[in-house]
Design a protein around this ligand. Sequence first.
Ligand code: ATP
Ligand code: MG
Ligand code: MG
Ligand code: MG
Length: 470
Amino acid sequence: EQLGLNELREKFLTFFESKGHLRHPSFPLVPQGDSSLLLINSGMAPLKPYFSGEVTPPRKRMTTCQKCIRTPDIERVGKTARHGTFFEMLGNFSFGDYFKREATAWAWEFITQVLEIPTDKLYVSVYQDDDEAYDIWTKEVGVKPSHMVRLGKEDNFWEIGAGPCGPCSEIYFDRGEKYGCDRPECFVGCDCDRYVEFWNLVFTQFNNDGNGNYTPLKQKNIDTGMGLERLACIMQNVYSLFDVDTIRNITAHVSEITGAVYGQSDNKDVSLRVITDHIRSTTMMVCDGVLPSNEGRGYVLRRLLRRAARHGRLLGVTRPFLYEVAGTVIRESRGAYPELEEKRDYITRIIRAEEERFSQTIDAGLKILLDMIEDEKKHRSAVLNGADAFRLYDTYGFPIDLTVEILEEQGMSADREGFDKLMDEQKARARAATAALGDFAWVGLDLGLDKDLKTEFTGYTEFESPAKVL
Ligand code: ATP
Ligand code: MG
Ligand code: MG
Ligand code: MG
């Protein structure tokens, strides 16, 4: 029998409960009390105070399925088989309790015994200097040396500046030659879709003093992360994340609305996947209290929604439609995230309002941009000047990344420096005006929302700090 994404999530969490872990629901996407991060991007991120020892965890072993947003992957979405801006990360964590031996054995037990993934399809990487992990994998867990790979710091050492850090092990699934690239050295660590990394086990055992001096930690931690969508992709033996059961249903809804049939044209497929991914991430972000704005995480939301709206236009749909697709996202995920159903009306209203706001200017903006492109080409320039890029942003609501993306399709780029300069000037003007209004005057500022939405949900906007500029 084939396991659905929702069943796989449950299998994982139950398995780690059976190993003494406390199951905790996903934390919200908006970090709580952590200003170093715009949006939660991993299972460990909201658990940082437990790892550092600042706060005592409810139990030394925990397991979660965490909602994650990774905008740095945005360019890859729809192009690789394995990246989304939104995904769910399954994780098991040890706060000074078990370490490498148990973490590796349980990971292997879960994937080879519970899920019955054949071991000849699995490969394991270790950090090049981590002989301890290499020995445990080969001698205790029983992975063949021919299925082991040593990788460098970039891929297999986890660290963010000073503080706790350590080597990791990644588990890869070989999807076979047909997914491979042409590089003769294509193997684990290659960027193609053949050997898919799906589970990362981080062994936090050192402290970095900030000058590259590593000392062993007294309290060693385990932090693992497995992409639920990637696991489902492997288990369901499908081509990409977008063919996984619950996600396919979202794409089907987009197809139904746009009339674009999946699998018939490469360009349309990219648009279908981008829309599918972005409506997943934005539905989840709005649910967790993010509102569209021009700064911080509100800007991330706006950028994703507007990018999706523009891809809708590429498929010929000019009316707001994303808010309807949000309904399918809610239906597919409400079992695991009941808050989606509770906030259904709110979520659809916010998304629809943003679509309507953008639809008032997008067509005019697209037309102006095409004129600008013509003009630059006439002058044999492949760079759109900063003033024009800024006008598109300021007057037509085009996030700069959207402008750049459209330019790239025409083999052009934008004068980013010129744009940034105008942007900084505008922000300085806005700050001066805000300062004149006194503390907290920014609450609800420039959200451009309908009045009723604004007053109803000002509580959430307090996360938006004007000082945090992308
Ligand atoms: P990759 O090298 O494929 O970009 P990563 O090394 O950046 O992945 P980790 O930070 O190790 O990923 O995160 C743990 C797991 O989360 C990965 O092994 C993968 O299964 C999943 N994951 C990471 N990024 C994404 C993404 N953008 N979309 C879907 N799943 C992801
Ligand atoms: Mg990555
Ligand atoms: Mg990786
Ligand atoms: Mg990794």
